[in-house]
Ligand binder design. Structure first.
Ligand code: GDP
Ligand code: MG
Length: 365
């Protein structure tokens, strides 16, 4: 169930509107309206005029949440809640929600919870201060004493989660080895937000869930087992690459990306409907991230998605991708033009996955 919300995006970020919308949706929000703001105020983030606009929007569509695609200071959150009487979600919280949907392991979930709690701490500190000053009646209807206790509870919980994290690491590695021992091949679907990863994932799997065996206990709902040409391939729908990840949640992001470093091979999805220049930028950025997480040497299939939207220049785009692949010395299995949505050329893509599986099997043996 998506929650109705109002999305606030800064005008300099207009290029990121597509990303903000995709993330809001994936974070569980149904964006009813978008408000662009030019200047932000130090006190409340939104200026007087913007606050007025938000009040009107909220009044007319009954939205109870606002998502601000920016990093908010505790005072902003407090001020917005006071002024508007709505729940406020900022960029960090939105992205953490998305991480949570994509967390492929309990370990990643723990990292995310730690990040969430750490993000809450300064908010709570600010709240304690304001309650003491008599500015705010209470937090989550907690009184002054309760909120002190809550603060301590959170710091303790962070410590406990860190301990748990250590233990889980071992279990997960063992589980993965077991799956590998049984001949399962892991292929991670990666790419920019909105490239079409989830659509492809759904097309590939037709939502055939692996039925629970002990080998899958740490797998997320975004991992599915597909049988292709005699191989058991676990396809993992990973989180999209996001521009400008807020610094406080980089650890959690890495944990989610670890899904990629654990994979035997990569299926990189690029949005083929983009202009050549943009395509180049997005492909190179994606490859740099893959290099950063140590995955650049894995066998890779590149799907040029959304071909249904390409009217001309398909050949040029494929040549460009092949050229960049050589530059980066990728172990390229192939570039396959597809439409995940219209289900075009999916057989060729599956064929490329089969070749990849064959290659991996040979090299594992
Ligand atoms: P993700 O963020 O990479 O998981 O992207 P999604 O799978 O959620 O797709 C993003 C948007 O692109 C959605 O609106 C899809 O319907 C659309 N989309 C995905 N694949 C195709 C395609 O092959 N052709 C067209 N025209 N649209 C597509
Ligand atoms: Mg997706």
């Amino acid at each position: 169930m998506l929650e109705p919300a109002l999305l606030v995006v800064k005008v300099d970020d207009i290029g990121s509107l597509e990303e903000a919308l995709a993330i809001a949706k994936e974070a569980g929000f149904d964006v009813k309206d978008v408000l662009y703001v030019k200047n932000t105020s130090t006190k409340c983030y939104l200026s007087r005029g913007a606050l007025e606009k938000v009040r009107t929007i909220i009044g007319s569509n009954g939205v109870k949440k606002i998502c601000v695609y920016d990093e908010l200071k505790p005072r902003h959150v407090a001020c917005l809640i006071k002024e508007l009487n709505v729940e406020v979600v900022d960029k960090v919280m939105m992205i953490l929600n998305v991480f949570q949907c994509h967390a492929g392991s309990k370990e990643a979930l723990l990292q995310i919870e730690i990040a969430r709690l750490k993000h809450q701490l300064p908010l709570i500190k600010d709240w304690i201060r304001r309650i003491k000053l008599g500015e705010l009646p209470g937090f989550l209807s907690l009184g002054r004493y309760a909120i002190d206790v809550y603060y301590k509870h959170i710091t303790k919980r962070i410590a406990r989660l860190n301990e748990e994290l250590e233990k889980l690491r071992d279990i997960r590695l063992k589980e993965r080895e077991t799956r590998r021992g049984h001949g399962f091949i892991h292929i991670a679907i990666v790419g920019y937000t909105n490239a079409g990863k989830t659509t492809l994932f759904n097309t590939l799997t037709n939502l055939n869930k692996p039925t629970g065996t002990e080998m899958f206990t740490t797998l997320s709902p975004k991992s599915y087992l597909v049988k292709l040409c005699g191989y058991s391939i676990i396809v993992v729908d990973t989180i999209g690459f996001i521009k400008n990840i807020p610094i406080g949640i980089i650890e959690a992001f890495k944990a989610v990306l670890e899904e990629i470093s654990m994979a035997d091979a990569i299926a990189l999805i690029v949005d083929g409907s983009k202009e050549l220049d943009q395509l180049k930028v997005e492909l190179e950025t994606a490859l740099k991230i893959l290099r950063d997480v140590g995955c650049i040497m894995k066998p890779i299939v590149i799907a040029l998605n959304k071909v249904d939207l390409i009217t001309e220049g398909l050949e040029k785009k494929i040549e460009l991708i092949e050229y960049i692949a050589r530059e980066y010395q990728l172990m390229l299995v192939g570039v396959v033009p597809i439409s995940a949505l219209k289900k075009l050329n999916i057989d060729s893509f599956k064929e490329a996955l089969c070749q990849t599986a064959k290659f991996i099997q040979k090299n594992l043996a």
